[in-house]
Design a binder for this molecule. Sequence first.
Ligand code: SF4
Length: 351
Amino acid sequence: MKKIYKTKQVKVKNTLIGGDAPVTIQSMTNTHTRNYEATIEQVRRLEAVGCDIVRLAVVDLDEVKVACRIAKEVAVPLVADIQYDYKLAVASADGGMAKIRINPGNLGGADKLREVSTACKRNGVPIRVGVNAGSLEKGISTAGGIAKALAYSGLRNLKLLEDCGFDDLVVSVKASSAKVTVGAYRMLAKKCDYPLHIGITESGVGLSGIIKSSVGLGALLLDGLGDTVRVSLSGDPVDEIDIARRLLRASGRDTNFCEVISCPTCGRCSFDVAGLAEKVETRTRNIKAPLKIAVMGCVVNGVGEGKHADLGIAGGKDKAVIFYKGEVIKTVEMENAEEEFFKFVEASLRI
Ligand code: SF4
């Protein structure tokens, strides 16, 4: 899917956010950053599962030092998350962090913000303006709704940095409500062309958090909004990466993968569709190619219903048929179906 809103492009170490770059996936460590061993171990685990950018909270200068040390020891770009102390932002930019995340209005005034922007400029470090519904600055009117207030706050905070002559920016306007978040980003996207970091903050735990994130991020991604994404769940941040990846694929923002579709089954089905579909998905998980595969529960309807797939298998009690774009190309014994089918999957990938 093409993006509707064209955004500027920002470089975070060697990773691009915005413009025509693919949507990046990011997460945040939940260790105490001063604990070097625990933090670098989590950063490395996130990197290993494909996290593109990792954010670390830094609460004092000791933590900035640890974060900057880790930044030199890993390939993945690291972001320093700073709440109030501008000195931490300056030290992070000077110390080798690839990006910083601040809320400019919270740093104590224009002079301090200018010091931060100067440090970021001299080091080629972009800034994410991160606004959250839970910490909207005093004086922002919520009479028009929280979404409007969030968008307004985002623009106002971006302007504070623009007034310092700084425009190497990414922006986020998150709320814990999917509806509020979607409304805020839609308004913001009409008013600025900075790359959008999208996420539903404090979305919750387990399945509830996944569903809430999927509703909110799904709506934005389908709109063509979002240049970098974080799924915020309580728990191990490593779990967020696979969910974010699946969201990008389900929304059509990542098409370079092997998509497995399977029928819901009904009374015509006489084999374990879910089991075979899971095996196919497991075996094709790391394939980087746009291939759609159908696993269907009966020969009678499966071939027709799966004809929009590139390749498919429709099973029965004893026999299965393998089909290519709706045409049956081979009939096989059910017990050999998986292995036979994979010969065709592999052949399709070589074409
Ligand atoms: Fe039922 Fe066959 Fe359709 Fe699956 S493909 S839902 S088994 S009719």
